[in-house]
Design a protein. Structure first.
Length: 143
């Protein structure tokens, strides 16, 4: 399987933030499933990944452990030091509702910090995606 590279706030693999629904389907093929989120966004699901598309275009791309994902050259799911290293590179990890938010790197991570293998996922997001929640974010400290 090919490595998907996340470029913070730019793209996840060949998908650029702001891409249309048609752009996403053209790049990935017909989704395995599709639904509307509570925010009115279209969520398309594929094996090992999915995407959220708003009226502005692509706003999030998430990946599950069966995907091969790299951020700044770090293999997210296969390098046992990935989570700590990404938090260190971000410099100011935040936490909210079980998600670790790395605003500098434009990703959230879950299942890594609490050892919950079944919940491991990484989501790349567009710039501004977490702006309305910044007041609720807590500093994340390693235990």
């Amino acid at each position: 399987m090919k490595m998907t590279v996340i470029e913070p706030y730019v793209s996840a693999g060949g998908l650029k933030f702001g891409a249309t629904y048609d752009d996403v389907v053209s790049a990935l093929g017909e989704p395995r499933s599709e639904e509307k989120s509570r925010l009115g966004e279209v969520i398309v699901r594929y094996d090992g990944m999915g995407a959220s598309i708003s009226s502005r275009g692509l706003v999030e791309v998430y990946f599950l452990p069966e995907a091969y994902v790299s951020i700044l050259g770090i293999d997210v799911f296969n390098d046992p030091k990935a989570f700590r290293e990404l938090c260190r590179l971000d410099g100011n990890p935040k936490e909210l509702l079980g998600f670790i938010i790395l605003l500098k790197l434009g990703v959230t991570m879950t299942g890594f910090h609490d050892g919950d293998e079944a919940q491991r996922a990484v989501t790349a997001f567009e710039s501004g995606r977490w702006d309305q929640l910044t007041g609720e974010l807590q500093n994340y400290a390693f235990t």
